[in-house]
Design a protein around this ligand. Structure first.
Ligand code: SF4
Ligand code: SF4
Ligand code: SF4
Length: 280
């Protein structure tokens, strides 16, 4: 950690302490963070989904069909692998240090508000693919004091690693555990000069992160800007297990799926309006 960064962290720490002693000043800091984030550096839009606010701007979203994923054993793991290699996600093999952008958990933990009473016991263990929900009302964005996390004009909640001071307010604010903190330095090399934590090599097109910053799924912003599908969606091939697109465009494939199928979102009571939907 360089001196400049250490100084920045110190200031942030003092701000947090001052915030505990003086809630109004702290709220001011958070509100400033929100205002800056929603102004955005990339033409960020209002945080609300178009349907509610009357906007017609883009909101990318994803539908995940758990039945289709189950029908093709290994497909979920293929999606995860595609994301990991595309985004240089280090593989520490240690849950304490784990960095995850897309991962698996069981149904019971993924949808704790859904009763399991008298239901098929297999449902509780059903593997569910999880990732950042790119919420319409993202509490992580509101909590960030440096606008390191912000919503872009596609409705995607992004990270600016250079602005992140590692305070982890965003992690505390996210109800979905969708953010990871870099406790370790991913670039460590072994005696032969090879990166230790990237068994499948490194993608030179995507930056490696540094110790002390937070990261998460970015809905493959770089790929979608180039007209490509997210890596996890592409890895699913023609299975349609993952469908990606603009949920504010009534003609998009994802909007058609959302109209035709019954879908659920994670923790709706949190009021964040996730843009990731599940077909069970
Ligand atoms: S899932 Fe969490 S990290 Fe992602 S936008 Fe919502 S609150 Fe933020
Ligand atoms: S840790 Fe989170 S809240 Fe803190 S600066 Fe980084 S992105 Fe913002
Ligand atoms: S959308 Fe992109 S960044 Fe997000 S989980 Fe899929 S591959 Fe990873």
């Amino acid at each position: 950690m360089d001196v400049k960064r250490r100084k920045f962290l110190k200031i942030a720490g003092l701000s947090a302490v001052a915030g505990l002693a003086a809630p109004s000043a702290f709220n001011l800091l958070l509100n400033k963070g929100e205002a800056l984030a929603t102004e955005g550096r990339s033409g960020a839009k209002s945080e609300a989904h178009g349907e509610k606010s009357g906007e017609t701007s883009r909101q990318y979203g994803m539908v995940i069909d758990l039945e289709r994923l189950q029908r093709s054993p290994g497909l979920a793991e293929k999606c995860i692998h595609a994301c990991n290699t595309e985004h240089n996600i280090p593989q520490y093999n240690n849950p304490k240090d784990e960095i995850k952008w897309i991962w698996l958990d069981d149904y019971r933990h993924s949808f704790p508000e859904h009763s399991q009473y008298k239901k098929n016991t297999a449902l509780a263990k059903l593997p569910v693919v999880l990732l950042c929900n790119h919420c319409a009302h993202p509490p992580c964005v509101r909590a960030c004091p440096t606008k390191a996390t912000f919503k872009n004009s596609d409705g995607v909640v992004m990270m600016d690693y250079h602005r992140c001071i590692g305070c982890r307010f965003c992690m505390a604010a996210c109800p979905y555990g969708a953010r990871s903190f870099n406790w370790r330095r991913p670039r460590e090399k072994d005696a032969n000069g090879k990166y230790k934590f990237f068994p499948d090599g490194v993608n030179p097109e995507f930056p490696m992160r540094m110790r002390g910053v937070v990261e998460k799924c970015n809905f493959c912003a770089k790929r979608t800007l180039a007209g490509r599908l997210p890596a996890c969606v592409e890895a699913c091939g023609d299975s349609k297990a993952l469908v990606f697109g603009d949920i504010n465009d009534p003609k998009s494939e994802i909007s058609q799926v959302l109209k035709a199928k019954y879908t659920i979102q994670r923790k709706p009571a949190a009021g964040t309006e996730p843009s990731v939907f599940y077909i069970i």
